[in-house]
Design a protein around this ligand. Structure first.
Ligand SMILES: Nc1ncnc2c1ncn2[C@@H]1O[C@H](COP(=O)(O)OP(=O)(O)O)[C@@H](O)[C@H]1O
Ligand SMILES: [Mg+2]
Length: 254
């Protein structure tokens, strides 16, 4: 739950982005403002092509905004950021375990320590027995777990998830959502996740930002006051229905 008087970890102010090109380029983000507090789980919903992935790339420092700023505050001034995409993007020549150790190896962490921390992640993600499996032999859900473990192992201050379950079937998706919640609770990390599923956003997050079609503005910033821990059964409650309707209306009106 979002408590009052907490200092934000991330503050996005008047953020705009235009991709250069003919006819003045493509205006994608238009005056985006929001703050995220430590350990918040925040979802971004919006039509396809509105600029959600672009926002995550700006937050990750991969794209420079045309105007406005992204400020990380407090202990996270030089934040470690984990990024997970819709496709797992694993290295095919590395086993599951070796994919998870990779970020630590790149940081110069000794291999034995990297492996031991990766084994911890393997357990946390329910990947026991798949340590030495090649990416091509993993199911979509397993591969995505490896990708999440790889992002998690760096103990990111901010975890950015771009439709991480988008390529999975509905049941795997529900299970992965529940697992992600559990890890988020255990590890107390801050998450911003793009999804196009209203119910996924409500089941997971403290807060949902709804984007208009491009150029994206935030048309609704909704606090999700559903009790935790959450389970799929929440879907059948009146409050869930009410919040769903508000999100759907915001998406349709924008
Ligand atoms: N590097 C780029 N150069 C030019 N246009 C881009 C680039 N990346 C994305 N776009 C365009 O910006 C718009 C928003 O893209 P994106 O952020 O991926 O949308 P979403 O994730 O909401 O579906 C789209 O029209 C896309 O084609
Ligand atoms: Mg996208």
């Amino acid at each position: 739950m979002t408590a009052p008087q907490r200092d934000p970890i991330l503050s996005v102010r008047d953020l705009s982005l235009t991709f250069r090109g003919e006819n003045g380029g493509l205006h994608v983000l238009d005056g985006i403002n929001f703050e995220v507090c430590p350990q918040d789980f925040c979802c971004v919903l919006g039509p396809s092509g509105s600029g959600k992935s672009t926002l995550l790339r700006v937050l990750a420092g991969l794209l420079r905004p045309t105007a406005g700023e992204v400020a990380f505050c407090g202990s996270a001034e030089k934040p470690r950021i984990g990024l997970v995409f819709q496709q797992a993007n694993l290295m095919p020549w590395r086993t599951a375990l070796e994919n998870i150790t990779l970020p630590l190896e790149l940081q110069g962490v000794p291999l034995e320590e990297a492996r031991s921390r990766a084994r911890e992640m393997i357990q946390l993600m329910g990947l026991e027995g798949f340590e030495n499996t090649w990416p091509r032999d993993l199911s979509g859900g397993m591969a995505q777990r490896v990708a999440i473990a790889r992002a998690f192992i760096q103990q990111p201050d901010l975890l950015l998830l771009d439709e991480p379950f988008g390529s999975l079937d509905a049941l795997t998706r529900e299970r992965m959502g529940a697992e992600l919640l559990q890890i988020w609770q255990e590890r107390q990390i801050t998450v911003i996740m793009v999804t196009h599923s209203i119910s996924e956003a409500l089941l997971l997050s403290d807060r949902v930002l709804v984007f208009t079609p491009r150029p994206a503005r935030i048309t609704l910033d909704l606090e999700v006051d559903l009790p935790r821990p959450r389970s799929e059964d929440l879907r059948y409650t009146a409050r869930f229905g009410e919040l769903s309707r508000r999100l759907r209306a915001a998406i349709q009106e924008s």
